[in-house]
Design a protein around this ligand. Structure first.
Ligand code: DX5
Length: 329
């Protein structure tokens, strides 16, 4: 077994060439030190994953999970060629939080064990509701080390003119790429918007409203780290989950798997610790945004745990049905 500690990506090619003949397995880890992990941004990881995957296939090597940097793991859920389901990530929306204490609420969510925190940006144009701008997101940064995610439910004008500010505000505590979600319906030049998010140091994601066919984002799947399939019409929390979205989830997941593309699928809207999260997980989603479904718990760690348990069970074939509860697992 050959162990590689990635200290400098430029040497990886040489190391990989050597191991191609010398090793039966490649187990590549990225040092836990944030200095190392934060230098491995998405582009490098994509490059490394692809190269190791080619190496593993050509040399018949067994490839284990390539990279586990702190920040890297926060923005990536698993290696693209990994067998098995992508790790479940629980991502609360701050919509139902106590806005007068948003920083403390972010800390409360961190202590509950969430994977990311989603800020629902609404401008009263793309959706009827109005929430907050980049300043509020940036103000929360000092209260938590958890990675952020910003969903831009805003007009095309707002998305284009404020993109850098939102991307900057969403970054991690050491400047790591935060997830910035652009809606396909709000971006005439979506390909450019997603490219600009990556260039500005963000992790690009594309969102589709319930009526929007999956085909609308088929040609940008190579640019994104996440696809967000909305399971409600955006604008408000506490709405009813739309069950017909599972077909769209399944279709997009198949595209990703068939084409060897490395992106997670997120769902957002009406997702609870019940049959709703199970149905989405079974269909291929692995990132779950929950607002009311999370904040209904007095102890948020219980909510986070129940959401994760049901989603992971569904990935393994134990899919909760309508009317069942976690006790039925
Ligand atoms: C819709 C919002 C909500 C929120 C989650 O625009 O994006 O989906 O995140 O709300 P719940 O989980 O309460 O449906």
């Amino acid at each position: 077994v050959c162990y590689i500690l990635i200290l400098d990506l430029r040497n990886l090619r040489a190391i990989a060439a050597v191991t191609k003949h010398a090793a039966r397995e490649i187990r590549v880890t990225c040092g836990g030190a944030s200095a190392v992990s934060q230098s491995l941004h998405k582009a490098d990881l994509r490059h490394v994953d692809r190269m190791l995957s080619l190496l593993s296939h050509s040399a018949g090597l067994v490839l284990h999970a390539p990279l586990h940097g702190n920040a890297v793991a926060a923005q990536r859920s698993s290696a693209p060629q990994m067998a098995g389901p992508r790790p479940v990530q629980i991502i609360p929306s701050v919509l139902p939080a106590d806005w007068a204490n948003m920083g403390a609420e972010c800390k409360r969510l961190e202590d509950a064990g969430v994977d990311r925190i989603q800020f629902d940006v609404m401008d009263g144009n793309f959706v009827p509701n109005l929430t907050f701008g980049p300043e509020l997101i940036a103000a929360c940064r000092k209260y938590t080390k958890v990675m952020f995610e910003t969903q831009l439910m805003v007009s095309n004008y707002n998305c284009e003119t404020m993109l850098d500010q939102y991307t900057e505000a969403t970054k991690g505590p050491n400047g790591e790429p935060g997830v910035v979600i652009a809606h396909v319906e709000a971006n005439v030049h979506l390909h450019r918007t997603l490219t600009k998010i990556r260039e500005a140091g963000g992790s690009p994601s594309v969102a589709l409203n319930p009526h929007t066919p999956a085909e609308m984002i088929e040609n940008v799947l190579d640019l994104v780290d996440h696809v967000l399939v909305m399971t409600v019409n955006p604008g408000f929390g506490g709405q009813a989950y739309i069950p017909t979205m599972v077909d769209k989830i399944r279709k997009i997941r198949k595209w990703g798997d068939d084409r060897g593309l490395d992106f997670d699928i997120e769902v957002d809207g009406g997702v609870k610790a019940d049959w709703t999260i199970a149905a989405c997980a079974e269909a291929g989603a692995n990132c779950f945004i929950a607002g009311s479904g999370m904040f209904k718990y007095d102890d948020l760690s219980v909510g986070c745990k129940e959401l994760r348990t049901i989603a992971e069970a569904a990935q393994k074939g134990k899919v909760l049905k309508e009317g069942q509860t976690i006790k039925d697992l």
